[in-house]
Ligand binder design. Structure first.
Ligand code: FE
Length: 227
């Protein structure tokens, strides 16, 4: 069985937000799918370990902000590689309240969907939440980010808690050494540089400024190891 076959499935990239009382949280997911059109329903699959899972279970509602293709890696890292148990992820993030009182992320979002959970299915490590739409709006015209674009063009990584996580063996062999972030798995490739962070292609890891940080999770240079 070749699990890489799964990589041929197509996905988008979303910020899933919810609330528990007056606390807000959000996370990145690639698993939003329209389920039915009449009534309009969508589903999302969340890891049981994630705080957002706890919040959706509690409030029975979630929103999905559909990210644009030019969303910076740091924004995806903010929601995807940090836990709301340690930080308030909504600090400094533009958002608006939805019909159910949860937050809807507006930054880098082309559109949003808000749903009230009608049914859920336990699938082991994850739960599939299905919800009827109670809100939906287009915010901006643009190309939505696909999961493939995030990996191939943005060179983003996947946390181990994502349903689509497949352990990757990084190939090496290049003139300049690649360095891997020990926190999130991001691979700094000198051939590519870090365009989001203003680092030109062809910059060796050693020449990165001391205050350069991982474009995904914000870890410092000292948390990188030669790949
Ligand atoms: Fe990182």
């Amino acid at each position: 069985m070749n699990l890489k076959a799964l990589r041929n499935c197509s996905y988008g990239l979303y910020v899933i937000s919810s609330r528990k009382g007056d606390r807000f949280n959000g996370q990145i997911a690639n698993t939003v799918v329209q389920a039915t059109s009449d009534p309009p329903t969508i589903s999302v699959i969340l890891n049981k370990e994630n705080l957002t899972h706890e919040f959706v279970t509690d409030s029975k509602a979630f929103s999905a902000s559909i990210l644009s293709q030019d969303t910076p890696l740091s924004f995806i890292g903010h929601f995807g590689f940090h836990s709301g148990r340690d930080t308030d992820k909504f600090k400094g993030i533009e958002h608006r309240p939805g019909e159910t009182g949860l937050p809807i992320v507006l930054d880098h979002s082309l559109a949003y969907l808000e749903a009230r959970v009608t049914t859920q299915l336990d699938v082991g490590t994850h739960t599939i939440f299905v919800g009827e739409l109670v809100g939906a709006e287009i915010l901006e015209e643009g190309e939505p980010m696909t999961y493939a674009y995030y990996h191939q063009v943005k060179r983003g990584t996947t946390p181990k808690t994502a349903p689509s996580y497949i352990e990757e063996r990084k190939e090496a062999k290049s003139e300049m050494d690649k360095y891997e972030c020990t926190v999130c798995g991001y691979l700094y490739d000198p051939k590519e540089g870090d365009p989001d962070g203003g680092i030109k292609a062809g910059t060796p890891f050693e020449d990165l400024p001391d205050d350069w940080v991982c474009p995904i999770c914000g870890a410092g240079k000292d948390q990188f190891e030669k790949a």
